[in-house]
Write a protein that binds this ligand. Structure first.
Ligand code: ATR
Length: 283
């Protein structure tokens, strides 16, 4: 279980800022559960030092890193190899570091899919999905969501051009959903939106944009990719406007971490117990 020279394998997460990250807690719980005695640390890396730091960690023998805000897109340009899903997302959240090469993958989308399908038991096939926001987070989840065969996906964004660019890059063909773009105040309400996903970064900045209230009703599940110790602004908004259910992204957080752990260690931890422990420790 130990590394080549008997030392504990080192992993971590790079971001800026980074002190808020829950990844060390999650990976320590995974390590305990699986009997893989890994070390997992926080690395605060400013954008200007990103490339230098990654190569330095490589020479120090760090085996893998998670990548978080604001580095996910930039890291995709720095690695030697990209997985297919990371290439489609144009973003990396998991690095596998070998002495001669660095491989970039992205488990954000698969983490969301695991949470929706297995933890929340949602039947996404045939659903109408509204995604709010058209930044890096939306790019990461769009293809994995299309793989669940919803009937349609609407991307609503403050800046319509960014939503349109994502639609243009989406795959075409009879097997996939209709994907379209609109502004927040143009969200069609002729059919119900079964799942509304907040992928904006507004809440992180303490902002509350005019989310489209007419898009939700008691049948709608609102999912915020953000999470917090207290309800996020979006989940409060969803409750206030009568959503059937409002969920924060804790499940996605743990599931994407489990997928990263599996890439590194070859074993996927049980996520249910970790999610429970994390939520208890967060309250
Ligand atoms: P990226 O993820 O590409 O770094 P970002 O600046 O963090 O981008 O923004 C992510 C998303 O949140 C974008 O869709 C952004 O909308 P714009 O494309 O119009 O900038 C959205 N967003 C951030 N703050 C917002 C706000 N106050 N109101 C509405 N949307 C907001």
């Amino acid at each position: 279980m130990l590394g080549e020279y008997g030392e504990i394998d080192k992993y971590g997460v790079i971001g800026y800022p980074i002190s808020h990250s829950r990844s060390p807690v999650i990976h320590r719980l995974f390590a305990l559960q699986t009997g893989h005695p890994i070390q997992y640390d926080l690395y605060k890396v400013a954008p200007f030092e990103l490339a230098t730091c990654i190569r330095m960690y490589q020479t120090q023998g760090i085996k893998g890193l998670n990548v978080t805000v604001p580095h996910k897109s930039k890291v995709a340009e720095l690695v030697d190899h990209l997985s297919d899903r990371a290439a489609k997302a144009g973003a990396v959240n998991t690095l596998v570091i070998k002495h001669d090469e660095i491989y970039g993958d992205n488990t954000d989308g698969s983490g969301l899919v695991q949470d929706l399908v297995h933890n929340l038991q949602l039947h996404v096939k045939g659903c109408n999905i509204l995604i709010l926001g058209a930044g890096g987070a939306t790019r990461g989840i769009l293809h994995p969501l299309l793989g669940l065969q919803p009937a349609r996906i609407m991307i609503a964004n403050r800046t319509i051009e960014k939503a349109q660019a994502l639609v243009e890059a989406a795959p075409e063909g009879a097997a996939v959903a209709a994907v379209a773009a609109c502004r927040f105040d143009d969200v069609p309400t002729d059919r119900p939106w079964h799942l509304v996903i907040n992928a904006t970064s507004a809440g992180l900045k303490g902002q509350a944009p005019p989310y489209p209230a007419a898009a939700i009703n008691s049948e709608t599940i609102c999912y915020d990719l953000s999470y917090g110790l207290t309800p996020t602004p979006f989940s409060l908004w969803a409750h206030e406007h009568g959503a059937g259910k409002s969920v924060m992204g804790w499940g996605m957080l743990v599931e994407q971490a489990a997928d990263s752990f599996e890439i590194w260690r070859g074993v996927r931890p049980n996520t249910a117990s970790v999610l429970k422990q994390l939520k208890i420790s967060a309250t």
